[in-house]
Design a protein around this ligand. Structure first.
Ligand SMILES: CC(C)(COP(=O)(O)OP(=O)(O)OC[C@H]1O[C@@H](n2cnc3c(N)ncnc32)[C@H](O)[C@@H]1OP(=O)(O)O)[C@@H](O)C(=O)NCCC(=O)NCCS
Length: 182
């Protein structure tokens, strides 16, 4: 169950950060996942602003990283520190709940989102979770395809869940959580 709405005003940061160079597919084999650090929040906010019509701001990221139920993972190339994407999720009441998840647009369609999501579910399992849930905009075809690829299924709909755009959310569940193999 997600309790937070994406309520922060959109940040304009495209001119403050230089464009990242194009990734070569062979580099994806060298993507490393690790825990997100507070000093990476500013970079996450930049990716966030490129990814959502109602992006989280610095304070919300920071608050979540300090929440004992929250876990934050980032992806980066083994030989670089800049982050390529992140996934924030809760492990609470035997449930993994995906909170906020995005990949820098330059590095999409390379398998990084799938890696992050699988790792998050694996961490949840290690911590004793027995199910995984999330909400996703009903128009977010890319994300829905990714979730379905990993076995998530649409279980319901929340009307006007995204207040800023007045859009509905699908509730998605992972029915085969116990059999999920990352
Ligand atoms: C959704 C998102 C995280 C996917 O990350 P990604 O690293 O590009 O995804 P991957 O390369 O790991 O793709 C894995 C699978 O997802 C699906 N997928 C991802 N992008 C897709 C696209 N543009 N079109 C169709 N399917 C897509 C495919 O099934 C893909 O598997 P395949 O490559 O075998 O076809 C990324 O598009 C993103 O950051 N979007 C904006 C933020 C967002 O919507 N976050 C989710 C909020 S609920």
């Amino acid at each position: 169950m997600r309790f937070l709405l994406r309520f922060q005003p959109k940040k304009s940061c495209s001119s403050a950060t230089p464009e990242l160079p194009a990734a070569k597919p062979e580099r994806v084999g060298r993507v490393v996942l690790r825990e997100m650090r507070l000093e990476e929040v500013e970079d996450a906010v930049v990716i966030e602003a490129k990814s959502f019509p109602d992006p989280w701001g610095y304070t919300l990221f920071r608050t979540e990283l300090e929440n004992p139920f929250s876990k934050g993972l980032v992806a980066h190339f083994a030989d670089e520190t800049r982050i390529l994407g992140y996934n924030l999720f809760w492990v609470m009441f035997e449930e993994v709940h995906i909170l906020n998840f995005a990949i820098d647009p330059t590095f999409r369609r390379l398998g990084i989102g799938e890696l992050l999501l699988k790792k998050s579910i694996a961490i949840g399992k290690e911590l004793g979770a027995e199910k995984a849930t999330l909400e996703v905009r009903i128009s977010n075809v890319e994300a829905i395809r990714l979730y379905e690829k990993l076995g998530f299924r649409i279980a319901g709909e929340r009307p006007r869940y995204y207040a800023r755009t007045n859009e509905n959310a699908y509730i998605m569940l992972l029915p085969d959580f116990n059999r999920f193999e990352p």
